[in-house]
Write a new protein. Structure first.
Length: 164
């Protein structure tokens, strides 16, 4: 699996903590992709939980990088309905947030921007609007976010096919 991260043209990282409610969306999308879809061998999907930062840092340092990375994670933005999926372009994240904005502490926005700007990797973020992010350990997605999993998988499959 390690070699595929660096050599396959497409990398999909599911980020989040499955023990903190809707924050577990990214890992659950990866699980759904692996269980319900026959993915091409040149696509690597990986549940990185809360440890995407190390992988992204390694990708910055190596000469072999994927052509594109899809990040799947949970965000909280006002004006959006729980379970709404949307692409969050890196360019639309305010400049004042470059160093401190993160998707629940992973992945670091500055690493994603460096991979895109300096490493030539196309980085895309698929986000879901959270409905429930508890302060204590409470595994399980809200119904709205759970219902968004197949939609997110379909979006990813369509976008990966376009990129080929």
């Amino acid at each position: 699996m390690i070699q595929e991260i660096f050599t396959n043209p497409t990398l999909v990282l599911g980020c989040g903590n499955i023990l903190i409610g809707d924050d577990g969306f990214g890992p659950r999308v990866i699980e759904h992709l692996q269980q319900h879809h026959d993915l091409p061998k040149d696509i690597t999907v990986l549940d990185v939980g809360t440890s995407a930062r190390g992988i992204l840092f390694d990708l910055l340092l190596t000469s072999s990088k994927p052509q594109r990375i899809f990040i799947v994670d949970t965000v909280s933005q006002s004006g959006r309905a729980a379970g709404e999926i949307f692409e969050l372009p890196l360019e639309q994240i305010p400049q004042c947030k470059i160093n401190d904005f993160s998707f629940h502490q992973c992945p670091s926005l500055n690493l994603l921007q460096e991979l895109q700007q300096l490493g030539g990797v196309k980085v895309r973020v698929l986000a879901v609007q959270s409905g429930r992010l508890p302060d204590t350990v409470q595994p399980g997605l809200s119904a709205a976010v759970q219902a968004a999993i197949p939609k997110a998988c379909q979006w990813l499959l369509e976008e990966m096919q376009k990129a080929e």
